[in-house]
Design a protein around this ligand. Structure first.
Ligand code: GRF
Length: 194
């Protein structure tokens, strides 16, 4: 069997997209494996899930580096060095990585965002899509570049916005698609990177 793409997943919270990647990677034919889950918040619920799945975890708490992003990122790089990583998957990672950090991993950091980029960069995407009167919404997997939510798009999945949707119902419908999109994107990139 050919080598698998080695993933580091960065999380900050519940880790449901990480969970979707764990499920995908459990399939023998899936071309990737998770070598590390890193969180910037020590109490991220996703860390528990990762540990229960038997994955290596690292915590680099950004609060230990107040106003010192270079030191925070240097510590992340130090931890990453211990693992054989081909691709970093941001999955609800709520820190913005610097241009210097991103330059160390050219086209090797991807993110999932809950909107059809370039629409609705940033936070609160579901309510903003509703307020804008959109007829569809969705999610995007994209390369990470220094400008937030602006990197080249790898793939998108769309859902209709229904007349009685609120932000929660729409978020749930988009999240289902996120859990399909992220493994799909990793599979696509494996064809390029392996
Ligand atoms: C997802 O909606 C993702 O698109 C966004 O943050 C959320 C993370 O959710 N970047 P989870 O932690 O993967 O459940």
């Amino acid at each position: 069997m050919a080598d698998k793409l080695k993933l580091a997943i960065f999380i900050s919270g519940r880790g449901s997209n990480m969970g979707a990647l764990i499920t995908a990677c459990a399939h023998p034919d899936f071309p990737a494996e998770i070598v590390l889950v890193l969180s910037n918040t020590p109490d991220a619920p996703g860390l528990d899930k990762a540990q229960k799945a038997g994955l290596a975890t690292e915590i680099v708490n950004h609060r230990d580096y107040p106003k010192d992003k270079p030191a925070f990122e240097a510590k992340i790089l130090e931890r990453l060095a211990a693992y054989p990583i081909d691709l970093i998957c941001l999955a609800g990672f709520m820190r913005i990585l610097s241009a210097d950090f991103i330059a160390r991993w050219p086209e090797k950091i991807i993110n999932i965002h809950p909107s059809l980029l370039p629409k609705f960069k940033g936070l609160d995407t579901h309510q903003r899509a509703l307020d804008a009167g959109e007829s569809e919404h969705g999610c995007t997997v994209h390369y990470v570049v220094p400008e937030m939510d602006a990197g080249p798009i790898i793939l998108q999945r769309a859902v209709p916005i229904l007349p009685d949707d609120n932000a929660d119902s729409l978020a749930a419908r988009v999240l289902e698609q996120e859990h399909i999109a992220y493994p799909e994107a990793v599979r696509l990139l494996s064809e390029k990177l392996l």
